[in-house]
Structures are given as C-alpha cells and as structure tokens.
Design a protein around this ligand. Structure first.
Ligand code: 5GP
Ligand code: ZN
Length: 111
C-alpha cells in the first residue's frame, strides 16, 4: 500500500531521488537529506502508514534488523534510534520512519 501524495512513497518508487542504503520487499533505507550527523539514515517500511500504530506487525519486525545493519555499517559506536509519531512529537513526514543517527566522538565532529 502506498500513498500518491507521500514524499517517502515517492522515494521508494524512485520518483524522488535518494541515496539508497538498503532495500528489501518490505523495507527501504536511505540517507536523511538534512543529516544531524554524518551517516544519519532513515529506515522505513514500504507499507504506507503515518504512525507506528498503522503498520502491520509483519512489516514492523523487519525494520530494526535493518537499522542495526546500517548502524554497524556506519562505524559509529554510539548512535540514537528515534521514531516520532504525530506533530506534538515532532513528526514532519507522515510515513513511518526510524532515524538512525550516529553520535560521533565530539573530537571527530561531522567529518
Ligand atoms: P521527522 O521530523 O518527521 O521525524 O523527520 C523527517 C525527516 O525526513 C527529516 O530528518 C528530514 O530531513 C527528512 N526528509 C524530509 N524530506 C526528505 C527528502 O525528500 N529526502 C530525504 N532523504 N530526507 C527527507
Ligand atoms: Zn508513504
């Protein structure tokens, strides 16, 4: 299921370009366009739903192993996994997404 108006559904379809990191039949992952740190990635279900509560369990369970793979591949020892639901919780894009945000050693900075 996808939504014609949804920016992340367009990214999955390739109608909007992205730096793709991973794709399977249920999951897509790509770099965030406004990274909070180097390697900031978004891991999303291909199933369109605005909030975590809209996504079927069989799609949801495939997300975290991908986030884990990307976290490992980033080389970051420390990182945040973040997932916002609703405006009050700072969600901007209404297609469920998990942020994987590397937290580099402060001496290393963004580079
Ligand atoms: P939210 O605040 O909804 O949890 O985060 C949405 C994230 O999507 C933001 O970090 C933002 O930079 C990212 N984003 C929004 N539009 C695009 C886009 O067109 N391409 C990519 N790669 N990331 C996007
Ligand atoms: Zn969508």
């Amino acid at each position: 299921m996808s939504s014609a108006a949804c920016i992340f559904c367009k990214i999955i379809k390739g109608d909007i370009p992205s730096f793709k990191l991973f794709e399977s039949d249920k999951v897509f992952a790509f770099l965030d366009i406004q990274p909070l740190s180097r390697g900031h990635a978004l891991v999303i279900p291909k199933f369109h739903g605005a909030k975590l509560t809209d996504i079927p369990d069989e799609d949801l369970v495939e997300i975290l192993p991908v986030a884990k793979k990307i976290a490992k591949a980033s080389g970051a020892e420390d990182f945040n996994i973040l997932q916002n639901n609703g405006r009050i919780a700072h969600q901007v894009v209404d297609h469920v997404h998990f942020h994987m945000i590397p937290k580099p050693n402060e001496q290393e900075g963004m580079s």
